[in-house]
Design a protein around this ligand. Structure first.
Ligand code: ZN
Length: 270
């Protein structure tokens, strides 16, 4: 019992000791306050998404009916991919590429794009109900996954990349974004209510790119989401991390708080 009491006392004394040691130093005050703010923002976003997820789960019978209402133009998408040099049939970039004219609406030239994206991927939505899986549908291949939610649900970039298309000119897709992540990989987000980025923009993972909607061939608010390797659409579930939807059935994990936060050694001595 005595040992437990000593350990417990030491544990609770830990933060106070750090405060006493560094408490009057500016870098410590500053990083402690930044850390507390970051935790606050993260936990607010997470708990709001958790709230929306509860709502979607309660309405899931209706949400499951929100899908594509017809064919999308495959030719139009391939046209965008080929134009950006991403398709499997694209010629390899030459050693001394001609410098294209700088134009704000043109994405970066392919030679500046990584050969293979090195980071991890994230899901395009924080809260949703999958209403139609990738695979055989209507006797054809459904090249994406349909994810239903309310109009205005934020849609995020799954990885760093360039916006190679942002508009409503691809038949069936409505307001659609196409991102290029490396020389072969692209992702597509269709039927949005509103687009938040434009062609030529560079985005990082988690950038808000659109607000979900029901434009184009659609039976109700959802994102038709595709990932492609060259010309070929792949099953998003095969490449995305395990979905967080299951987590939404549980209360969000207790976030770190300023009280249990520990400072790391500052890079530059104050
Ligand atoms: Zn779809």
């Amino acid at each position: 019992m005595a040992i437990v009491a000593v350990l417990t006392a030491n544990f609770f004394a830990g933060c106070a000791t750090v405060d006493q040691k560094f408490g009057d130093q500016e870098w410590y005050q500053k990083s402690k306050s930044v850390s507390a703010k970051a935790v606050e923002v993260t936990s607010t976003t997470a708990s709001k998404a958790y709230g929306r997820m509860q709502k979607y789960l309660a309405e899931k019978d209706v949400l499951k009916t929100f899908q594509d209402a017809g064919e999308h133009s495959e030719i139009a998408v391939l046209g965008v991919l080929h134009k950006s040099g991403i398709a499997s049939t694209a010629a390899p970039p030459t050693a001394t590429p001609k410098q294209p004219k700088k134009h704000p609406l043109q994405p970066a030239p392919l030679t500046t794009v990584p050969e293979q994206y090195a980071g991890s991927l994230r899901w395009p939505l924080d809260a949703y109900i999958v209403s139609s899986e990738f695979g055989e549908r209507w006797g054809k291949l459904h090249k994406g996954m349909d994810m239903a939610a309310d109009v205005g649900e934020p849609v995020y970039a799954i990885a760093d990349g360039d916006v190679i298309y942002a508009g409503d000119g691809l038949r069936g897709y409505g307001n659609v974004i196409i991102l290029r992540h490396d020389r072969k990989t692209s992702s597509l987000y269709a039927h949005n209510n509103e687009l938040k980025v434009k062609q030529g923009d560079h985005v990082t993972q988690g950038t808000l790119i659109a607000l979900l909607g029901s434009t184009g061939h659609s039976t109700g608010p959802h994102v038709h989401f595709e990932i492609r390797d060259g010309d070929t659409a792949v099953n998003p579930r095969a490449v995305l991390p395990k979905p967080k939807v299951a987590d939404a059935l549980q209360p969000p994990a207790r976030a770190a708080t300023a009280a249990n936060w520990q400072p790391s050694t500052p890079a530059v001595a104050p």
